[in-house]
Ligand binder design. Structure first.
Ligand code: SF4
Length: 257
């Protein structure tokens, strides 16, 4: 018998009550604080800090400490709008607070809500496996298959991401793969073909979502006083995105955001 982990509080960055890009249908999306990765193209550096101190100024909607049942109460206000979708935990890296996600999703599922986890797969342990049991869908970010590029791109090696991917398949979990494509970094045809071919062996993979690199995060870096790592790298053009979709689409079910 599981209790709803009442005493457990999570650091939340913000939430969005009508999310349309983080999983199927219209969704309540919870953006969680904390991420150990440092992806060069990250457009949410404000989620990196696992436990930000309260500061003055405008706070994002929902920012602060929440229990799973408080968050569920908030979600249920929007129940009729998220009928076609459900609830997504994103971030940051939600598995940095995996126990909370497990408790929160357990409550959501008891209410008949579809649960989706958006993760980089950087954590992979027993707690994560338990949390995955409460996820109807996992969206796993794959940054690159290149062992040499991965640490340069993210600050971490690729092993855990691969172990995570294999575990999703072995455990029969329905999953999507998300892949950010950055001009000059991981957009060459050989790289993309290798990724599509690699992913073809995963039968529980429903869809690959290509996320073309954009520069909208740059202002956040400026505000936070952090040098922007991809200064001068142009956003993907519509034509580039289209040709990537054509390449993936020939091999797998794929959409471009
Ligand atoms: S995993 Fe996501 S939140 Fe973390 S640094 Fe990378 S892009 Fe940013």
């Amino acid at each position: 018998m599981h209790t709803p982990a009442e005493g457990l509080l999570a650091h939340i960055h913000s939430f969005e009550s009508f999310g349309t890009v983080d999983g199927p249908g219209i969704r309540f999306v919870v953006f969680m604080q904390g991420c150990p990765m440092r992806c060069l193209y990250c457009h949410n550096p404000d989620t990196w800090d696992p436990a930000p101190q309260a500061e003055g100024g405008t706070k994002a909607s929902g920012a602060g400490l929440w229990s799973a049942s408080q968050m569920l109460e908030e979600v249920l206000k929007y129940r009729s709008f998220i009928r076609t979708g459900g609830v997504t935990c994103s971030g940051g890296e939600p598995l940095m607070q995996a126990k909370f996600v497990e408790a929160f999703f357990r409550l959501c599922k008891a209410e008949g809500l579809h649960t989706c986890l958006d993760t980089s797969g950087v954590y992979f342990n027993e707690q994560v496996k338990q949390t995955l049991e409460q996820c109807d869908l996992v969206m796993l970010d794959i940054k690159t298959l290149d062992d040499e590029l991965h640490p340069r791109l993210t600050g971490h090696t690729r092993q855990r991401n691969q172990a995570f991917l294999d575990y999703l398949e072995q455990s029969g979990k329905t999953f999507w793969v998300r892949h950010v494509v950055v001009p000059g970094l991981n957009d060459d045809t050989a790289h993309l073909t290798a990724l599509a071919t690699h992913l073809k062996q995963y039968h529980h993979l429903e869809c690959v979502e290509i996320l073309p690199y954009h520069t909208m995060g740059e202002m956040k870096y400026e505000r936070m006083g952090i040098p922007y790592p991809l200064k001068g790298v142009p956003a993907m053009t519509r034509e580039q995105s289209q040709s990537i979709r054509d390449l993936f689409g020939g091999i797998l079910k794929c959409k471009v955001q």
